[in-house]
Every structure is written in structure tokens, then in C-alpha cells.
Design a binder for this molecule. Structure first.
Ligand SMILES: [Zn+2]
Ligand SMILES: [Zn+2]
Length: 344
């Protein structure tokens, strides 16, 4: 089977290789992959800015069907169902405080699909049945590729932040996670301002059509003026920093009202300078959000069932042999979500 593989440590070293099909262990299912989305993490593995264990197949945002069950788990899955897969907890120690409380993201031994163990930019992959999340029959198949980034957004918006009626939110950074955070907020009835730069023009106009209260290109318009107009001069109740840019973090600290919440979702990749006195003077609650738990996945499946539709975020689809084109389009910001589909 063709697969997009990180072959060696360091920057780059990603190639399309022909690999042997995997066989499921006694406690695993074998899945045929329909499609898999390109994520920022895949670019980080490409650039070696996220830990990785080559040789490893990239890709972790995927949907597919079960075609084989290991000897110990016969009859546990439905062959006619389409499943999204929680690949982030493939390897964990199982006994640290984090594992015991379901917070596997922080297990020191954690290895997820696509960076620590083989992922899904290929045709077949094996996993435990408890990593499968059945897609509601009414949902389009491609929605399954967005469950993983949606779970990251649901974690930030519904589990880390505390939403109250009449809150107004700011999402700064309309990448896939920022747009999904916005969709969750919109679905919860929270008026949401989404801010980005000129590079994000398409993403901003998309989220406007999907229900954002206001969009701001910070290179052209005054974000604080928009915040004042939308909040009657009070400031937003919750700011989500999702771009990982210092200017965006500064704007979020300025836009949030006293006693408000600042949620850090983006990654800066280096030390930044901030007007951090806002935190004390406005008595802000500053919280970070990373990843999700298995419970967040159940919650995300539920939101999809209740009508949240993330599929408009998928802008491009390529066969995996064109993975580099997909990576480049995603990195340039031209694409929002790019799906790769397997080839024989
Ligand atoms: Zn991802
Ligand atoms: Zn652990």
C-alpha cells in the first residue's frame, strides 16, 4: 500500500513509499481508510517541530470502515458503519495520574497515530476497537475526518472555558481549530467575533456565512472598535487565542473585559512579550487548552448529531501521491482543510 512516511529524523524526510499491509493483532481491528485530513501537526512532523518516531506513516484525522477483527474481539464492530478514530492514545503507560484520570494527553509515554505510531495517509491501519467512534448514519462521510480537530475545539470552548448566557466571544486566528471553535460557539448561541489577517480573507468570509457576529481583518480594520461596537463598550467576555501570534495574544488581552476569560489554544513556538498586567488589573481567568479526552470525542459526536456541520471547512481533496501539494496549500493558508485519499 502507498503511504506518506516520515523516514528519518530532521526537517523534511517525508516520502511516498510502498509498504506491506498491516495485519491486526488479536485485540485490534483493521480499517480501510476513506480519507484523512492534513493537520498542523503533520506539518510540524514534516518540519521536525513536533516529536516524532520515524519511520512512521503521517496522518491522524481520518474516517473509514472495519474490514477485519482480531481473534480476541470478533463481533465487536459493525462492518456497515463508518468510524472516526481517536488515534492520540494508541500508546500510553496506563498507570500514571494522567492516564488514571482519563487525561492521556499528558502521559509521558504517549504516542499517537501519525507521529508516534503509523497513521492514516495510506489505505489500511490497525487500532483497538475502543478508539473507534461511530459516525451517525445521516452524516456525510467526510465529517468523520473533522472529528479530531473538532474535539480540540470542543475541549477549549465547552470544557476549558465556562460559557454563560449573554456572553460575547472573540476568536483570534481563523485556522481550522479557530474556525471550529467559532462554529461551536455559534452553535451554543454565543455571538462571536472572528479576527484574522489579510491571508485569512477567505476563512473570515466563510465563517461570516456560517454565523459569526462580526469578522475583522486586523490589517485593515480596527479590532478594538469592532469589540466596542459589538459589546457596547464593555469588551468581550471570553477571548480565544488560536493563532499562536504575539500580536493576536496582545489583542485578546486588550479585548477581554474585567473578570473575563482568556483561553490560550494556539502555540507560539518561542518566547513572546505581552502586556501581562491586564491579567491582574482585569482579574482575568487565563487558561490553556490542548487536545481532548475520550469524553470530549463523545461530546463532539453528539454535536455533529445535533446539526453542527464542519464539512464546509474542507476545501481541497487530493490522492495521497499529491501529499506535498496538499501540505503546501495548507501551509500557505490558501486551503482550510485538505483531505488525502488513499491509492492502491
Ligand atoms: Zn489534528
Ligand atoms: Zn500514563
Amino acid at each position: 500500500m502507498k503511504a506518506v512516511v516520515k523516514t528519518a529524523p530532521g526537517t523534511g524526510h517525508v516520502e511516498l513509499l510502498d509498504l506491506k499491509e498491516p495485519s491486526p493483532k488479536r485485540n485490534q481491528v483493521k480499517m480501510e481508510i476513506f480519507s484523512c485530513g492534513i493537520c498542523g501537526t503533520d506539518l510540524h512532523v514534516y518540519n521536525d517541530t513536533f516529536r516524532n518516531y520515524p519511520p512512521v506513516i503521517l496522518g491522524h484525522e481520518f474516517v473509514g470502515r472495519v474490514i477485519e477483527e482480531g481473534a480476541d474481539i470478533k463481533g465487536t464492530t459493525d462492518r456497515s458503519a463508518r468510524y472516526a478514530v481517536l488515534g492520540a492514545n494508541t500508546v500510553t503507560c496506563g498507570h500514571c495520574d494522567y492516564c488514571r484520570s482519563g487525561e492521556f494527553m499528558f502521559c509521558p509515554d504517549r504516542r499517537g497515530m501519525g507521529h508516534g505510531v503509523n497513521g492514516a495517509f495510506t489505505r489500511y491501519a490497525c487500532m483497538r476497537p475502543n478508539q473507534l467512534f461511530r459516525l451517525n448514519d445521516e452524516l456525510p462521510e467526510e465529517a468523520g475526518t473533522l472529528v479530531e480537530p473538532l474535539a480540540a475545539a470542543v475541549h477549549a470552548v465547552l470544557e476549558i472555558a465556562t460559557l454563560r448566557p449573554n456572553d460575547i466571544a472573540l476568536v483570534s486566528g481563523p485556522g481550522p481549530i479557530g474556525l471550529l471553535c467559532s462554529l461551536v460557539l455559534i452553535q451554543e448561541g454565543i455571538p462571536t467575533i472572528v479576527a484574522g489577517t489579510s491571508k485569512d480573507a477567505e476563512r473570515l468570509s466563510l465563517i461570516k456565512t456560517l454565523g459569526a457576529a462580526a469578522i475583522v481583518n486586523v490589517e485593515k480594520d480596527d479590532l478594538m472598535e469592532c469589540v466596542r461596537e459589538t459589546t457596547q463598550g464593555l469588551g468581550v467576555d471570553i477571548a480565544f487565542e488560536v493563532s499562536g501570534a504575539a500580536a493576536s495574544a496582545k489583542a485578546c488581552l486588550e479585548a477581554v473585559r474585567p473578570l473575563g476569560q482568556y483561553i490560550q489554544v494556539g502555540h507560539f513556538g518561542n518566547d513572546i512579550s505581552l502586556p501581562f498586567d491586564h491579567v491582574a488589573f482585569k482579574q482575568l481567568r487565563v487558561l490553556g487548552s490542548v487536545g481532548y479526552t475520550a469524553k470530549t470525542w463523545t461530546r463532539s459526536m453528539d454535536l455533529l448529531k445535533r446539526g453542527l456541520n464542519p464539512v464546509p471547512l474542507i476545501t481541497h481533496r487530493f490522492p495521497i501521491s499529491q501529499w506535498k501539494k496538499g501540505f503546501d496549500l495548507f501551509e500557505s493558508g490558501e486551503a482550510i482543510k485538505v483531505l488525502l485519499t488513499p491509492e492502491v
